[in-house]
Design a protein. Structure first.
Length: 188
C-alpha cells in the first residue's frame, strides 16, 4: 500500500476518524440521493468503516506511550550483550530463526520463509546515525545476498541523508516506537 494513500493515512490516524468519515459519507448519501438509491450509495462507506475497525484493533493492541518510553529508557541502559539478547528474543517471538553474527557490519541474521535479513544493531546508542554504517550494511546485504537489511537506532537522530539512503536502498530503519513495540514482544 502506498504510504500516502487515503487508506494508509486512515490506518495511521485515530480509529474514530475513519468512522466519522464513513458516517459523513452515509449521511450525505441519504440526504442527497433518492431514497431508493441512498442505501446502495452509502455502501461506499463500508471500506472506510473496515479501515476504522482495523485501525481500532491495531491501536487497542499497541503499547501505551508510557510503556514505549519505559522500554526505550530500559534499552538505553542495557549493555550490548543484553540488548542483543532482547532483540533475538523479540524476533523469535515474531517467528524468525535468529543467528548472531561476528561480522563488522551486521550483528544478526534473521531467517524466515527461506529468505534472510541482516541486522546492524551495535550502534543502537549512537548520538547521530549517518550514512556510513548504512552503506556498510548495504554492502554486506549485497555480499551475502540477503533480502534486505535492518538498521537499529535507539536514540539520537538519523540524518536526512541516511534516511534517504535507506529508502533508496530498501533498508529498514528500526527506531523509536516501532523498536519499542518489537522489544516489548520479547517480554511477552
Amino acid at each position: 500500500m502506498a504510504p500516502n494513500s487515503g487508506f494508509a493515512i486512515l490506518l495511521r490516524s485515530p480509529w474514530w476518524v475513519s468512522f466519522a468519515i464513513a458516517a459523513a459519507i452515509a449521511a450525505a448519501c441519504f440526504a442527497l440521493m433518492p431514497a431508493d438509491l441512498a442505501p446502495f450509495a452509502a455502501m461506499g462507506a463500508v471500506p472506510i468503516a473496515v479501515i476504522g475497525c482495523i485501525a481500532a484493533w491495531r491501536q487497542w493492541r499497541a503499547p501505551s506511550a508510557a510503556r514505549v518510553q519505559g522500554m526505550l529508557e530500559a534499552a538505553a541502559a542495557m549493555p550490548w550483550r543484553e540488548f542483543a539478547a532482547l532483540l533475538e528474543r523479540a524476533w523469535r517471538a515474531e517467528g524468525y530463526a535468529v543467528q548472531g553474527l561476528n561480522g563488522q557490519h551486521a550483528d544478526l541474521r534473521l531467517d524466515k520463509d527461506g529468505q534472510f535479513t541482516l541486522v546492524a544493531a551495535r550502534r543502537w546508542k549512537a548520538a547521530t546515525h549517518g550514512v556510513e554504517p548504512l552503506r556498510a550494511l548495504q554492502a554486506e546485504v549485497e555480499r551475502q545476498g540477503a533480502r534486505t537489511g535492518v538498521y537499529v537506532a535507539l536514540q539520537g537522530t538519523v540524518s536526512e541523508s541516511a534516511r534517504a539512503f535507506a529508502k533508496d536502498n530498501a533498508l529498514v530503519l528500526l527506531e523509536g516506537a516501532t523498536l519499542a513495540a518489537l522489544l516489548l514482544k520479547a517480554q511477552g
